[in-house]
Ligand binder design. Structure first.
Ligand code: SAM
Length: 304
């Protein structure tokens, strides 16, 4: 991994650390939902759609026996997807202690119900800031990985250039040559377009809203300051914390500095449209019940 260059407009170090802590505390505090709570969630169809997208990505890129590094793994909601792909080894890393605990419980099975371990691959779970820590120092015995995944979380690295670079340096250092990185994050073009279409500094609906600070009231985002463009994201029953806009063309350029070459980039609308044409994925969508009444899909894919 290389890494020179540089853009202006960094946030102060401690402010940026506080933001990372806020994100960690937010996710740590979210308890595991029961199946009933999950089914009653106002965003259940969105959750199912997101799961469908991640399942398709895993099925497209994972091969039996692969070593997987899951950055920002959360509560381990994707363990089952990796198991279905018959991967050989899994390392999950997340900044939120509570999520790592839940992930461990999910992996080991629930002691109360005396369920046996249900995953066929060995796993290691680590609590760390993926965008600040040099993970190769922790994971030298586990690397190289065939696949590195970072689902719905890469944008948390974009608070400063240093963090974005550390994220990419970790991915690059830990993947084997020819290995694959798969990630999902909000679509900056859609967010900025929506912001410019609205009168104030906030847009959304009854389920989600995005709020920008007054410092952006001109709704201009100079190319010279592409990091640290913060907004507050609220998604009912899921998220309420700061996030950062990731201009994708810059993400691609920065990734190239770390020897990562773009293979595929799609907005969720395009992705769903394209992969729903394939019978096996359409069947999976039906089984997950992800389309619901159709409105939920429309709602959230506007921004992701
Ligand atoms: N990837 C999981 C999934 O798709 O179910 C979780 C996604 S959740 C929307 C975002 C996750 O990113 C949270 O678990 C949060 O703790 C994690 N996260 C945010 N910033 C992080 C950081 N700096 N290092 C590691 N994990 C981070």
């Amino acid at each position: 991994a290389g890494g020179g260059g540089g853009y202006g407009g960094q946030q102060g170090y401690s402010e940026e650390r506080n933001s990372a802590r806020r994100v960690a505390d937010h996710y740590s505090a979210r308890s595991n939902q029961t199946l009933e709570e999950r089914e009653n969630s106002p965003i259940i169809h969105l959750k199912k759609l997101n799961n469908w997208i991640k399942s398709v990505l895993v099925q497209l890129y994972a091969r039996p026996g692969d070593c997987v590094l899951d950055l920002a793994c959360g509560k381990g909601g994707d363990l089952i997807k990796w198991d279905k792909a018959r991967v050989g080894y899994y390392v999950g890393v997340d900044i939120a202690e509570g999520s790592i605990k839940d992930c461990m419980t999910r992996y080991n099975g629930d002691a109360d119900q005396q369920r046996r371990k249900k995953f066929s691959f060995p796993a290691r779970l680590i609590c760390a800031d993926c965008y600040e820590t040099r993970l190769d120092e922790y994971l030298c015995e586990d690397a190289p990985f065939d696949i590195c995944s970072c689902q719905f979380a890469m944008h948390y690295s974009w608070s400063t250039e240093a963090r974005a670079r550390q994220a990419l340096a970790n991915i690059s250092a830990l993947l084997r040559p020819g290995g694959t990185f798969i990630g999902t994050m909000p679509d900056a073009n859609v967010i900025i377009k929506r912001l410019r279409e609205t009168d104030g500094m906030e847009f959304g609906n009854s389920v989600y809203w995005i709020t920008f600070g007054e410092e952006y009231n001109e709704k201009k985002f100079p190319a010279s300051r592409p990091f640290g463009i913060k907004y507050k994201f609220h998604l009912e029953d899921a998220v309420d914390c700061p996030e950062w806009v990731v201009p994708f063309h810059l993400f691609k350029l920065l990734a190239e500095e770390y020897d990562l070459e773009l293979v595929l980039m799609k907005n969720f609308h395009e992705f769903v449209h394209e992969y729903l044409q394939k019978p096996e994925f359409a069947d999976l969508m039906r089984r997950l019940g992800a389309l619901g009444d159709g409105r939920s899909v429309q709602r959230h894919t506007i921004a992701r």
